[in-house]
Design a protein around this ligand. Structure first.
Ligand SMILES: CC(C)(COP(=O)(O)OP(=O)(O)OC[C@H]1O[C@@H](n2cnc3c(N)ncnc32)[C@H](O)[C@@H]1OP(=O)(O)O)[C@@H](O)C(=O)NCCC(=O)NCCS
Length: 185
């Protein structure tokens, strides 16, 4: 399969934040932003893969600043990493207030997508042609995130059987929770 450059699938979606996107606090719902991120991740992944793609997991969704109605939000997506059938799309989200001329970087998140064939089975995607030092840095960082996620999952799975409730309940002492009267464990 011939490698495709990052530029082949780079995608930007810019959307005006309209009142129906807002929560009762007047800011935009996190879920609305997630849905738009999923959309742009799909577009970017499908362009690279040349196939239908599905979202498998999402990393790094930390909204650092609120987004407000009236702002123009841009979702800048590019393929950061390619495996055999999976690919990681990095999305930088920037909100712009055109009146006050302020721009804020609200989050950068990473969507792992898998390409599917016509029988709904994972199918191979083209390798990624890295043309700039930035492309190389992003690919290496995605490899590290994948490795760390796997070791976290392994660590947590091995720790879980030892997390017996009656042996650990004393750890709740300084937490902001309360055991209900009559609770039997
Ligand atoms: C994602 C999915 C195809 C994986 O199926 P599977 O039988 O486990 O397939 P494989 O083991 O061959 O994995 C396929 C790829 O997904 C990757 N993958 C699977 N689970 C993953 C996870 N939790 N996080 C990151 N990557 C994952 C594998 O590493 C593999 O990548 P590679 O080919 O680049 O090495 C399957 O779980 C699925 O279809 N899930 C539903 C996705 C969906 O519908 N999303 C929309 C939300 S409703």
């Amino acid at each position: 399969m011939q490698a495709k450059p990052v530029s082949h699938s780079r995608t930007t979606l810019t959307e005006l934040m309209i009142p129906s996107y807002a929560n009762f606090g007047g800011h935009v719902h996190g879920g609305t932003l997630l849905s738009l991120m999923d959309k742009v991740a799909y577009a970017c992944a499908a362009k690279h893969a040349g196939q239908y793609c599905v979202t498998v997991s999402v990393d790094g969704v930390n909204f650092r600043q609120p987004v407000d109605v009236g702002e123009l939000v841009s979702f800048m997506a590019s393929v950061n990493y390619v495996g055999r059938t999976s690919l990681v799309v990095g999305i930088k989200v920037v909100a712009e207030n055109v009146k006050s001329r302020t721009v804020k970087h609200t989050n950068t998140s990473y969507f792992t997508m898998v390409a599917k064939d016509d029988d709904d089975r994972p199918t191979e995607v083209p390798p990624l042609l890295l043309e700039t030092p930035e492309d190389v840095r992003r690919f290496l960082e995605a490899m590290k995130r994948k490795e760390l996620r796997a070791s976290f999952a392994e660590f947590f799975d091995s720790a879980r059987p030892h997390m017996l409730v009656d042996e650990n309940v004393n750890k709740l002492t300084n937490e902001r929770c309360q055991l209900a009267d009559g609770l039997v464990m």
